[in-house]
Design a protein around this ligand. Structure first.
Ligand SMILES: [Zn+2]
Length: 202
């Protein structure tokens, strides 16, 4: 069985291929770290994670064990097979210089943001701004109230917490290890994470 380990420093992006039948484990090494994540079909990037279809199919706004990650073509891309945290967000999106400016003031405009990370990383695969779609935020705690109101609050993940997904097709995984320091999604202190890809391709 093959195992790849990737250490992703605080605030940095990463991307890699997870073959059908393999498992990707994302480890929140120090706890309270949001991991913004996008998935693309490895041989056709126009098929990619769809937040809307994933929520519609599972009837829930959160990600947990058993969640099927659905593509914009209605296909199952991955299935969540383990989760020691219990709270992952599908709805709050990725931080950007623009949203930082609106939320936290003009002085935050030049802080590094997840959207910058995503752009840097998808460019390596020949994609651009238009390919950055709504993402999953692993380990980010965004309770949604019955009114629809939602707020980013303190993360629940402890050091070493992990989530695991089994790929149902060959998938390009693109991660931004969130650099946000203006709200509690990273405990106001961005930290490193680890990605482990294991198993044999089907
Ligand atoms: Zn972010």
């Amino acid at each position: 069985m093959s195992i790849q380990e990737h250490f992703i420093p605080a605030e940095k992006p990463w991307s890699g291929i997870v073959r059908k039948g393999q498992t990707i484990r994302i480890v929140d090494s120090e706890g309270q770290q949001a991991v913004d994540t996008l998935f693309y079909k490895a041989d056709d990037f126009s098929e990619r994670y769809s937040g809307q279809d994933t929520l519609r199919v599972q009837g829930s706004a959160y990600v947990g064990i058993g969640t099927k990650v659905i593509s914009n073509e209605g296909n199952v891309m991955l299935v969540v097979t383990a989760d020691s945290c219990g709270r992952h967000d599908t709805s709050a999106g990725a931080c950007s210089c623009e949203s930082n400016t609106v939320r936290f003031g003009y002085n935050t405009k030049y802080l590094h943001a997840c959207r910058d990370n995503f752009l840097l990383e998808v460019t390596k695969h020949g994609m651009g701004k238009r390919d950055i779609v709504p993402n999953i935020n692993f380990f980010m705690n965004v309770p949604i109230e019955p009114s629809g109101q939602m707020t980013i609050v303190d993360g629940l993940s402890a050091p070493g917490d992990h989530v695991e997904l089994r790929a149902e097709m060959d998938v390009l995984c693109v991660i931004s290890n969130c650099p946000q320091v203006n709200n509690p999604c990273n405990g106001f202190n961005p930290t490193p994470i680890k990605v482990v890809i294991s198993g044999d391709a089907a």
